[in-house]
Design a protein around this ligand. Structure first.
Ligand code: ARG
Length: 591
């Protein structure tokens, strides 16, 4: 068997064909090949048990029949045993592992074999999506980090991805802000201009607070703010100019964060972009009978759903205004009509769960009525971030944490860590390294754990060389680079690798077995849209490499042994760096 990239998937396919060849009812048989507990080999098929049980057959006999019908190539590559009541265990032979190392010698070859799971598909990923005129908060950072990793995983699997920053740029915040701006203008126009020139974001935030506090204290101000919003939404030139100014300032500030994270959006289509679509949305959803009037509002109920049969999805408020639901319906339509999306992913915290569940239920019915193909719809959620006291993340004086300051602190702490360990590296280079380690640590803290769980923001755990951290993995990569530097060798050099002899030692074989499972880590991370499966794999790979490096000397005299160990180092580096880049991290050659 050509040792393909997606091994579990390939064995699955081979067993499925074998089922037909062996005369099983192939339709009722799912091989269920999974990465196995290492004691049982590399992969295990569990599907025989259920199949045999349902038909009152002897599972071992079924397994034997299946194994006999497997193609010669599979038997050549794997040691196959039947264990227990009918598990089929596959253990890759050393020659097959060696073949994998030989053929996966570049980033392009890793990707080429990565499967075609999403090839030819168009995806739209909606992530980060902060609200203008406000600070981007930790939730938008989580969304940015997780969303970017998902984009890269989809692309690695062959998809085309539109990165869409769906900013909140049309909400009630603008009424209050415009009201406060006008008041400041009247009071002291020169002072306002000076403050806006000095630090526009800071000034707009201050004004928003002024407007918000005043509106809360005085209903007359609330009415005035609402009137400003209505004027804006009706296209008033003065209010539109203020609104544009605010959005420009906010986007420039967001961009600084995105630059640090290495994120480039293809489009920034915020809520305001869909403003002229709302009438069409009302019309279509009413005409198809999906929406109905209820207490003056236009709403959608879902009778088949236990909660949403009574909890309405409000798409036009009783006062006639459009809302978050209206724009999100228009957004879904645009993504299908304009981008021809086969899949849509929206990344927000879990609290928007009901909104997206109702939205997707509505979209499915609406598109079916229009005879549109319904794309895959995914709401990718994540848990809350808390400080070490278990409460919402705050600064020491109780304010909200600004992302710029958070990333600066990460960098400062990373600088201390690097300086402690590698004082010999010139200070300037240590600063550059710290910039990479700092941002990567914040990103990786998000990506290393299941996104569904809440997480505690703890600097000491996050910026550490111990445990499943960015610093540990970046260091592992830098260490492999240094092995090559010391030997005056180049990773992946074909002439060197041509001399490699067969894998022999337990540590060599164990490392090769881990490398081969890269594809399965990619597959599960992509299928579930959960990057932590890839993170965990990379962490285990780094551990396996350490074990190998501790057990087997690389710089031995025997050129064939040295060549194969250098090949293992080079492949580990390739897989590690490819994986880290897929997570959105920058890597280092020295640390
Ligand atoms: N602006 C929203 C927020 O800050 C997130 C938008 C997510 N995307 C969407 N299509 N609703 O919570």
């Amino acid at each position: 068997m050509h040792v393909a990239f997606n091994l579990a998937a390939d064995l699955d396919a081979a067993l499925t064909s074998a089922a037909t060849a062996a005369g099983l009812e192939a339709a009722g048989f799912a091989p269920e090949v999974r990465t196995a507990d290492p004691r049982h080999g590399d992969f295990q098929a569990n599907g025989v048990l259920g199949y045999a049980k349902a038909r009152k057959l002897n599972p071992r006999a079924v397994a034997e029949k299946l194994v006999a019908a497997l193609p010669a190539s599979v038997k050549e590559a794997c040691e196959i045993t039947i264990a227990g009541p009918g598990f089929i265990n596959f253990s890759l032979k050393p020659a097959a592992l060696f073949g994998w190392l030989r053929t996966h010698d570049s980033a392009a070859h890793l990707k080429a074999g990565a499967g075609t799971a999403k090839s030819g598909q168009q995806w739209v990923v909606d992530y980060s999506s902060p609200n203008t005129a406000k600070q981007m908060h930790v939730g938008h950072l989580r969304s940015a980090v997780i969303g970017e990793a998902i984009c890269r995983l989809l692309e690695f699997n062959g998809a085309k991805v539109v990165r869409d920053n769906h900013i909140g740029d049309w909400g009630t915040q603008f009424g209050k802000l415009i009201w406060a701006c006008k008041k400041a203008q009247v009071a002291d126009a020169a002072a306002l201009d000076a403050a806006l020139a000095r630090d526009p974001l800071e000034e707009f935030e201050r004004l928003y607070k002024v407007g918000n506090d005043a509106a809360e204290a005085d209903p007359a101000v609330m009415d005035a703010a609402r009137a400003e919003l209505v004027k804006l939404q009706a296209g008033d030139a003065e209010n539109l100019a203020v609104w544009k100014h605010i959005n420009g300032v906010s986007l420039a500030a967001f961009q600084q964060i995105y630059d640090q994270l290495g994120i480039r959006f293809d489009v920034t289509l915020g809520e305001s972009f869909y403003n002229d679509q709302v009438e069409r949305i009302y019309r279509e959803l009413t005409a198809t009978g999906i929406a109905e009037e209820s207490q003056g509002a236009l709403v959608v109920f879902h009778p088949e759903h236990p909660r949403f049969k009574t909890q309405p999805f409000i798409m036009r408020k009783a006062d006639g205004a459009s809302n978050y639901a209206t724009t999100d319906l228009a957004t879904a339509l645009y993504r299908v009509e304009h981008f021809h999306a086969d899949g849509i992913v929206v990344v927000t915290d879990f609290r928007q769960g009901d909104h997206f569940e109702q939205l997707f239920l509505t979209v499915r019915k609406w598109f079916a009525a229009k005879h549109y193909r319904v794309p895959e719809l995914h709401h990718v959620t994540f848990g809350a971030v808390t400080g070490e006291d278990g409460k919402a993340l705050r600064t020491r004086d109780g304010g909200i944490v600004k992302l710029k300051e958070l990333l600066a602190e990460a960098e400062a702490r990373a600088f201390a860590l690097v300086s402690e360990r590698s004082a010999d590296i010139p200070a300037e280079e240590r600063h550059a390294i710290a910039a990479t380690v700092g941002v990567a640590s914040v990103q990786y803290a998000d990506l290393s754990q299941n996104r569904s769980s809440d997480y505690v923001f703890a600097w000491d755990k996050m910026i550490s060389l111990e445990g499943n951290t960015a610093a540990y993995l970046l260091y592992a990569g830098a260490r492999i680079h240094s092995i090559f530097r010391k030997l005056g060798a180049t990773p992946g050099d074909a002439a060197t690798e041509a001399a490699a002899s067969a894998l022999e030692t337990p540590a060599e074989l164990a490392l090769a077995r881990k490398l081969v499972k890269f594809a399965d880590a990619i597959r599960i991370a992509t299928d579930t849209l959960r990057p932590h499966f890839l993170s965990l794999y990379l962490y285990e790979l780094a551990g396996e490499f350490s074990a190998f490096y501790g057990a087997d000397k690389v710089a031995v005299d025997d050129p064939a042994v040295r060549a194969r160990r250098l090949m293992l180092c080079a492949r580990t580096l390739l897989v590690l760096e490819t994986g880290l880049h897929l997570l959105g991290l920058r890597t280092l050659t020295r640390m």
